[in-house]
Design a binder for this molecule. Structure first.
Ligand code: GAR
Length: 207
């Protein structure tokens, strides 16, 4: 809780939305004291929008503009405005496949988090599970971190280790990592919602 008020999440995603579902399920189960105020996607037919609407949660497609990997100069203020109008306390990136730039970051200082499917700082960027498999590591995992102006480079809130097993394919490894994501993300957001997170530079303690 947030001085007695519900802790409001704005969730951004581009894909199927399984992390959103894990967050929504944790809220429904009472293990995550928060509410999803708004879901926004840059993909009109993204699964995350359908999951949100089927739960009665406000869900909007906002066009990202002319670039492939970031929001353009019209889209970025539109995203910020909708999140501010929804009075979100935390912006939660759940498979949002665009880099956020400094005006967006300044609007929500230390209030944007992301989940990444590797043990950062190993394998930042796209298809991190495939990068891990190709490299031949024996363990990988997932990381929840604050978003800064780099790529997957902000201070780390939490990580869960996942083994790479003989015979793994990109699909089986990603599925195992996602099971870990669905535990780690709700637990980390709960720590933030309950004020159990202390940040000193890159050192983050979640109690
Ligand atoms: C998740 O595995 C997440 O870690 C990854 O996209 C997937 C989204 O799945 N994010 C990134 O790779 C960001 N760099 P979901 O739509 O089922 O939550």
């Amino acid at each position: 809780m947030n001085g007695g008020k519900p802790f409001r999440l704005g969730v951004l995603g581009s894909g199927k939305g399984s992390n959103f579902v894990a967050l929504a399920d944790a809220i429904a189960a009472g293990t995550l004291p928060a509410q999803v105020a708004l879901v926004i996607s840059d993909v009109a037919d993204a699964g995350i929008l359908q999951h949100a609407r089927s739960r009665g949660i406000a869900a909007e497609f906002l066009p990202p503009g002319k670039f492939r990997t970031k929001l353009d100069e019209d889209a970025e203020p539109a995203y910020v405005r909708r999140l501010q109008e929804a009075q979100v306390d935390l912006v939660v990136l759940a498979g949002f496949m665009r880099v956020l730039k400094s005006d967006f970051l300044r609007a929500f200082p230390q209030r944007i988090i992301n989940i990444h499917p590797s043990l950062l700082p190993a394998f930042p960027g796209l298809e991190a599970w495939k990068q891990a498999l190709d490299y031949g590591v024996k363990f990988t995992g997932c990381t929840v971190h604050f978003v800064d102006d780099g790529v997957d480079s902000g201070p780390i809130l939490g990580q869960e280790v996942v083994p790479v097993l003989p015979g793994d394919t990109a699909a089986t490894l990603h599925a195992r990592i996602q099971q870990a994501e669905h535990r780690l993300y709700p637990a980390t957001v709960a720590a933030l919602a309950c004020g159990r997170v202390q940040v000193a530079g890159r050192q983050v303690v979640c109690r």
